[in-house]
Design a protein around this ligand. Structure first.
Ligand code: SF4
Length: 477
């Protein structure tokens, strides 16, 4: 088994398509564009107006959805989900969309985010007789909708939405409608797009996706973001919007800009590529160093490295090459090769590094283990000095809003000073971007305001583990 890179992991991507003759194919393409948001399982539910059918499996979107599988998903509307497990284990049982037949009819639901009061709600629902099929927090939403005393499905959905707390960007489908929802703080992104009227249905197709890059692939135009606390209903009569809860202060996940989203996406109204380049420029102003070349840890460190190089005037060099063909498992030689996992994915260009003072840019350090190996690799390729620069502040706390973070005791910055981390990874110098610098680069205050809890422990919701808000040393068991 190849150990994945030492990164935080985005948990899910969602897509929905309404009024398209090849809805499930469009959702498949959208999920393919969102594959970076989760690689464990993927699923599509499609409705032909009478019945909802679902196909979900473990694995990558292209491997799961062959022509044969897509053919089993007829209809003009569909929703899809790609998953990296957060709450609940990674079994197929927890794959989404989750489909139910209840007293309010048939529906399928796909969720990006994480509920912070799921355990409490689940205990209550189980006491009242609910039988859960999965360990996923998303199923709590389904049970709340089914149990609601409201008469219509739409009212039952809004009733359920008012009871859940945390991060949720949702797409819900019935036989003839699609609902798109964002939580009142807007933690996770969700955008709406439109495709010109097709010849068969003679109306515009409406599309929702976690990131706008999904629209590009299917030829949809970005229309707007779903707003905080908003429920958009797309139905045969048209599109309606209602606010099921008053908006809270906005807490968009800043890590979407730092690392999770694709650079070709516009997220929270902002180009991710621009944010990352500005983070690199800001880092160059905050943490300059005399050096010969700027090198990125590919791929995610590249825009920040370009920004750092432009601002500092030090040339950018592609001196680390990434292999894009490494699967999840790999046969390792019996004779142990040092740093084998990292070497499989990255290889240094010796001719560019030999005798050079290198500024190495990455977007984050989580446990520090991968950074240590990369620094060693660059030194072994002949670099004279390695100055590590990180385009966000130290990650000191876990996330409860839909991102897979290690426990705090495994986060190196929760337990070591910057100098101790520098020593651990073996760099000559180490600097992080300041919190203020990161927020400025990501456009804080111009339409968007960010969650920064994994950098500050200022959690915007209740229901957070006490150990996470105490000083690290106190909980270092
Ligand atoms: Fe994003 Fe960090 Fe907030 Fe989680 S805690 S939502 S990763 S900024």
């Amino acid at each position: 088994m190849i150990v994945p890179f030492d990164k935080l992991h985005e948990e899910c991507g969602v897509v929905a398509v309404y009024a398209h003759p090849e809805a499930s194919k469009m959702v498949y393409l959208g999920l393919h564009a969102l594959q970076h948001r989760g690689q464990e399982s993927a699923g599509i539910s499609a409705s032909d107006g009478v019945k909802i059918r679902t196909q979900k499996h473990m694995g990558l979107v292209v491997d799961i959805f062959t022509e044969d599988v897509i053919e089993k998903l007829p209809g003009t509307q569909a929703i899809g989900h790609t998953r990296y497990s957060t709450t609940g284990d990674s079994a197929l049982l927890n794959a989404q969309p989750i489909m139910v037949d209840c007293n309010k009819g048939q529906m399928a639901l796909a969720h990006n985010g994480n509920l912070v009061n799921a355990a409490e709600l689940r205990t209550r629902l189980e006491r009242e007789g609910s039988i859960f099929q999965t360990s996923s927090d998303t199923e709590v939403i389904v049970h709340l909708i089914a149990h609601s005393k409201e008469q219509t499905l739409e009212d039952a959905i809004t009733d359920a939405l008012r009871r859940i707390e945390g991060a949720f960007s949702l797409v819900i489908m019935t036989n003839d409608r699609i609902f798109a929802v964002r939580d009142p703080r807007g933690f996770r992104p969700l955008s709406m797009g439109r495709m010109n009227a097709n010849e068969i249905l003679r109306k515009d197709a409406i599309v929702f996706a976690s990131e706008s890059t999904a629209f590009d692939l299917i030829g949809a135009d970005f229309e707007r973001d779903v707003k905080q606390g908003e429920l958009i209903v797309v139905e045969p009569e048209g599109i309606r919007s209602r606010f099921y809860a008053p908006a809270q202060p906005m807490k968009a996940c800043v890590f979407e800009q730092v690392y999770f989203s694709r650079p070709d996406s516009v997220v929270f109204g902002r180009s991710v590529a621009t944010s990352r380049e500005l983070m690199g420029r800001q880092l160059a102003r905050e943490a300059p160093v005399d050096a010969d070349i700027v090198v990125a840890v590919p791929d995610s460190g590249v825009p920040a490295a370009i920004g750092y190089a432009s601002e500092s005037g030090i040339p950018f060099r592609t001196a680390l090459i990434r292999s894009h063909y490494v699967g999840r498992t790999f046969i390792e030689p019996e004779q142990r090769v040092r740093d084998f996992g990292v070497k499989l994915k990255l290889n240094p260009v010796r001719s560019m590094l030999e005798g050079k003072r290198v500024i190495l840019i990455d977007d984050s350090i989580v446990r520090g283990t991968t950074s240590k190996k990369i620094v060693r690799m660059i030194r072994q390729a002949g670099a004279k000095e390695v100055h590590m620069r990180i385009s966000c502040p130290p990650t000191i706390a876990s996330c409860y809003y839909g991102v897979d973070t290690p426990r705090r005791k495994e986060l190196i910055a929760a337990n070591k000073t910057v100098e101790e981390i520098r020593n651990f990874i073996g760099a000559d110098t180490l600097s992080y971007l300041s919190l203020e610098g990161m927020k400025i680069a990501c456009g804080e205050g111009e339409q968007v305001s960010y969650c920064d809890a994994c950098f500050t422990r200022n959690y915007p919701t209740d229901f957070v583990e006490i150990a996470e808000i105490l000083p690290a040393a106190a909980s270092n068991d």
